[in-house]
Design a protein around this ligand. Structure first.
Ligand code: GTP
Ligand code: MG
Length: 369
């Protein structure tokens, strides 16, 4: 049986035991001969680096799997790989796409993405979705929604990593973005759900932020918080097709009035609303033209580059935060006392601040090193 077990291309090096799939013998009459596959070669950091920089998609996919892995030895290798390819990254337009579930984000990405690929662009589509660990919440998980795009040789679609906490997902997504850019992708579209914190995270890793809404779904703002509208450089009223066109246009006018009173999301750029249909493709060209206008405008003013520098500093702080957190919770002196203090706090016998102080002292104490 073991020779019929196969590792998918995205399974991590070494630790792929849980990723094996089994090929069972076919029933009489339709059984094809099984050819046992050789186990894949283990790649070193140079192999990954060379493959990614050469734009080898299989190696890129494996490198992303490495970045997404939670195994400590993979994380060390991934960090080294990212450090090596980072100087070759940064060359894409990074577009964040958010909006309420069902607004048509994926369909719009597919419509726009297909056009861009056919023009010769190399397009990476990524997702940031901290809820994907819960069943059914995975955006882009269902690739059939992007059937056309996934057939485009210039497109690379990567579903959301299952990283648990948003901090972990964000690190993985940022590093994935670096790998894709180093592999030569010149446009990156990052989809996220417009509920919760993930849109703030995506805003912190993209150049331009697009909010997809639909007209006439109850109240004007459709459960989208005002804060999300304030992050948007561009608001797209989608599903402007058929009978829905007048309502979409009215919603666009309404949004433009709202935007007029808000602080611009990007210095020197007037955020604006447009209508489009991912179904008929009406307005999709204009949408992309607006993205290009944004780039021209902000590159000329210097805001494009300034934002990227601010984002790098933010990224550094979030990596420091994540590393410290891991060091703290993995510390033997902390581990040995954490549960007891948790119980004391839960029973109301110890104030949370006192428990925190004690743990931090244990963590810092040289006697514990
Ligand atoms: N009429 C019309 N329907 C659309 C349009 N865009 C998307 N839809 C439909 O709306 C539904 C949801 O589209 P998705 O692209 O999956 O929406 P989404 O925003 O990615 O949804 P989640 O990823 O689940 O948050 C699908 O049934 C689409 O066919 C459009 O422009 N016009
Ligand atoms: Mg979607």
């Amino acid at each position: 049986m073991s020779e019929e077990r196969q590792l998918p291309e995205w399974a991590p090096e070494g630790g792929g035991e849980g990723f094996f799939s089994e090929v069972r013998p076919g029933r009489d009459g339709d059984s094809a001969p099984h050819r046992p596959r050789k186990r894949r070669a283990v790649l070193g950091v140079e192999d990954y680096e060379r493959g990614v920089l050469a734009g080898d998609r299989t190696i890129l996919a494996r490198a992303i799997t490495l970045v997404e892995s939670n195994l400590p030895e993979h994380q060390v290798l991934a960090a080294e790989l990212v450090r090596r390819v980072q100087p070759h990254a940064g060359g894409s337009i990074r577009v964040g796409v958010t909006g309420v579930p069902g607004a048509g984000k994926s369909t719009m990405i597919e419509a726009l993405g297909t056009i861009l690929c056919r023009r010769g662009h190399k397009l990476a589509v990524l997702a940031v979705d901290p809820s994907s660990t819960r069943s059914g919440g995975s955006i882009l998980g269902d690739k059939t929604r992007m059937e056309d795009l996934s057939r485009e040789p210039n497109a690379f679609i990567r579903p959301s990593p299952s990283g648990g906490a948003l901090g972990g997902v964000a690190r993985k997504s940022r590093e994935t973005l670096v790998l894709c850019e180093a592999a030569g992708f010149d446009i990156a579209l990052v989809e996220t759900v417009g509920v919760g914190q993930s849109e703030v995270t995506v805003r912190s890793m993209v150049d331009i932020f697009l909010l997809v809404l639909i007209a006439g779904a109850g109240d004007d703002l459709q459960g989208i918080k005002k804060g999300v509208i304030e992050l948007a450089d561009l608001i797209l009223i989608n599903k402007a097709d058929g009978d829905n066109i007048p309502r979409a246009q009215a919603a666009m006018g309404e949004m433009n009035r709202v935007l007029h009173y808000l602080q611009p999301a990007t210095e020197g750029w007037n955020s604006r609303a447009l209508t489009a249909s991912a179904l008929t493709k009406a307005g999709v060209e204009e949408l992309w033209q607006t993205v290009l206008d944004f780039r021209k405008n902000t590159q000329e003013s210097g805001e494009w580059e300034r934002r990227r520098r601010r984002q790098d500093v933010e990224w550094m702080h979030s990596m420091i935060g994540e590393a410290l957190r891991q060091m703290f919770y993995n510390d033997a002196a902390v581990k040995g006392r954490l549960k007891q203090l948790e119980d004391l706090v839960a029973e109301g016998k110890m104030p949370p601040a006192a428990a925190t102080m004690e743990l931090l002292e244990r963590f810092r104490s040289p006697a514990n090193r």
